[in-house]
Design a protein around this ligand. Structure first.
Ligand SMILES: [Zn+2]
Length: 152
């Protein structure tokens, strides 16, 4: 028999969102899924992380080097995944607050095309590019640059 999904709990959206409810629902599901994947992955990798503690008999140096390399690789991967996890959490909070899909810098709506490929995007493409350029420039010149001060 077909059990109809109950339609209890009227969802009243107070704040008008730029994206349709369906789109946001879809993206929220993607974000939750991604959060689960990332959390599981981070946990697994943390467990897999080789024990670097000195436990009596160190292997030969090649082993040690390989182990260091693995640790480093896992470390970088973990860092990246943990970073993405934060972004995903942040996006989910924004959905709750009703300000999802708004660029955090210029406060314009982020195009849904961008949101669909990057649901946790914080900035519109324009601001992201500005930020990336600033970031790259900062790296190259190694001088602090506030990207808010960029001339319009
Ligand atoms: Zn923007």
């Amino acid at each position: 028999m077909a059990t109809k999904a109950s339609t209890k709990g009227k969802t009243s959206v107070k704040k008008e969102s730029k994206e349709s409810k369906e789109t946001i629902d879809l993206l929220r599901k993607q974000l939750i899924k991604r959060r689960e994947d990332l959390a599981a992955s981070v946990k697994n990798h943390a467990l897999e992380l080789p024990d670097t503690g000195m436990d009596g008999s160190p292997g030969d140096t090649a082993d040690q080097a390989a182990s260091d390399y693995t640790t480093e690789m896992f470390g970088a991967l973990l860092e990246r995944q943990a970073g993405t996890l934060e972004e995903v959490d942040r996006a989910l909070r924004k959905i709750e607050n009703g300000d999802f899909g708004i660029c955090e810098h210029c406060e314009k709506a982020i195009p849904s095309k961008r949101l669909k490929s990057l649901p946790w995007a914080r900035f519109c493409l324009e601001c992201q590019e500005k930020s990336d350029r600033r970031g790259a420039a900062r790296k190259a010149q190694a001088e602090p640059a506030e990207w808010e001060t960029v001339e319009e």
